[in-house]
Design a protein around this ligand. Structure first.
Ligand code: SAH
Length: 409
């Protein structure tokens, strides 16, 4: 990110109290908009997470401070998850404000927080400096904590079964706006706000709002920042990061060439072009065969098993013959299928497959020797599950009956 004049810092709201109910809970009520109007133009203020450490040193030196203060600030942000000058006792009092103003502007203001699964699934609606709304979801499991992050405000891919796709693209997020979602989750955990005791973010999935590979440069820099060790970055393992795409073929090839160990997920949803053209409109540009070729290229270059995402939609893509076709396309490949029971989205008449159809789909894939799992659809009650992120500032309608499938596999 290039330097822009720093935006006035939004007021820092108090942290929402830790709550533990099983019903969806509104943890924070809507807040006043941040001082900047929604313009959709201009860049977010520069933040240290946008820059490699060497460039942060340059900024610090420009303020007349010794360059090692860049590492100190970086440790506060990436290691202690704080951007508050009052928590930086290793910095001289007079330097704290200028340094945090220059490199740690508050980029995301929590607008609303919802929790379910006894407080272990938490969706946060964030407001950016220009009024755009994005969402992130924290999911705590017995053995890991996954942050699902947004890479764009909205999405331009227009998949008809996805709530985010219905509203269109507002703008790309900056690297720091992406990283800040993970740091916020890390802070929640470190503070003991998530039931289960203090913990760390172990996994990051780019499966929130947006098409990550359509915001390539910012997403790639975010992956680097998340995975480089403190103080350069946050120290999460590359293998624990998953980038999910609708199948932007040239960008998949580009990502492979970066030689990272991140997992690639491809949202396939249909094994045949006729259906995929309608479910994933970008298929009109890059066909199933092109997307899978790119995926196998990724697997060959990185040695990483590719995850094939397939939302099971009743009577639309859950036919036995489609399971067989998918199985034959994937047999013998370094791939794994993640079936996602379709999550309901407003205005869509589509629904999840019948249990028998889902079982048969799994059975046929397994008969082709293809590893399959059925995705845990956490967060349905708070519209935080796959495809439900729509970033509306209005509270969701009260959910109907609890979704038994919402916890566990
Ligand atoms: N644009 C990227 C990142 C979003 S990931 C991508 O498409 O991969 C979100 C995942 O949830 C994708 O696999 C997406 O296809 C899937 N999804 C979208 N809407 C869904 C819904 N209503 N139910 C279940 N999965 C859905």
């Amino acid at each position: 990110m290039s330097a822009t004049s720093p935006a006035p810092e939004p007021a820092r709201p108090e942290e929402p109290a830790g709550l533990q109910g099983t019903a969806p809970l509104v943890l924070a009520s809507p807040r006043p908009a941040s001082p900047r109007p929604a313009s959709g133009r201009g860049r977010p203020p520069r933040h240290l997470a946008d820059l490699p450490l060497a460039e942060r040193r340059g900024v610090v030196a420009g303020l007349g401070q010794p360059p090692f203060r860049a590492s100190q600030l970086s440790r506060h942000f990436f290691g202690r998850y704080t951007d508050r000058p009052e928590e930086m006792s290793d910095l001289p009092l007079a330097a704290r404000d200028p340094l945090t103003r220059a490199l740690l502007p508050r980029l995301l203001t929590p607008e609303r927080e919802l929790a379910c699964d006894g407080g272990t699934t938490r969706k946060t609606l964030w407001r950016t400096f220009d009024g755009a709304l994005v969402e992130s979801v924290l999911m705590r499991y017995p053995d890991r904590v996954t942050m699902c992050v947004s890479s764009q405000a909205g999405c331009g891919m227009a998949c008809p079964f996805c709530a985010t796709g219905q509203a269109g693209l507002t703008r790309n997020l900056s690297t720091a706006e992406i990283v800040a979602q993970v740091v916020a989750g890390a802070r929640m955990l470190a503070d003991g706000q998530v039931p289960g005791g203090a913990g760390r973010v172990s996994n990051v999935v780019f499966m929130g709002m947006g098409e990550p590979l359509a915001n390539y440069a910012s997403v790639l820099a975010a992956v680097r920042r998340l995975t480089e060790p403190v103080p350069e970055g946050m120290g999460i393992s590359q293998r624990s990061v998953t980038v999910s795409t609708v199948g932007l073929v040239p960008a998949i090839a580009r990502l492979a060439a970066e030689r990272l160990s991140v997992t690639l997920a491809v949202s396939l949803h249909a094994p045949d072009d006729e259906l995929r053209d309608t479910l994933v409109p970008v298929n009109r540009r890059w066909k199933v065969a092109d997307v899978l070729d790119a995926a196998w290229g990724y697997a060959a270059t990185t040695g990483r098993r590719v995850s094939i995402e397939y939302a099971l939609i009743r009577d639309i893509n859950d036919h036995a013959w489609r399971a067989d076709l998918l199985g034959s396309l994937l047999a013998g490949r370094l791939a794994h299928v993640n079936l996602i029971p379709l999550n309901p989205t407003p205005g869509s008449k589509w629904t999840a497959s019948r249990p028998a159809a889902q079982r048969e789909f799994v059975r046929r894939l397994e008969a082709h020797g293809v590893p399959v799992t059925v995705r845990d659809t956490r967060g349905r009650e708070i519209d935080g599950a796959c495809g439900q992120l729509a970033a509306s500032a209005v509270a969701p309608a009260p959910s109907s009956a609890p979704t038994p499938s919402s916890v566990g596999r």
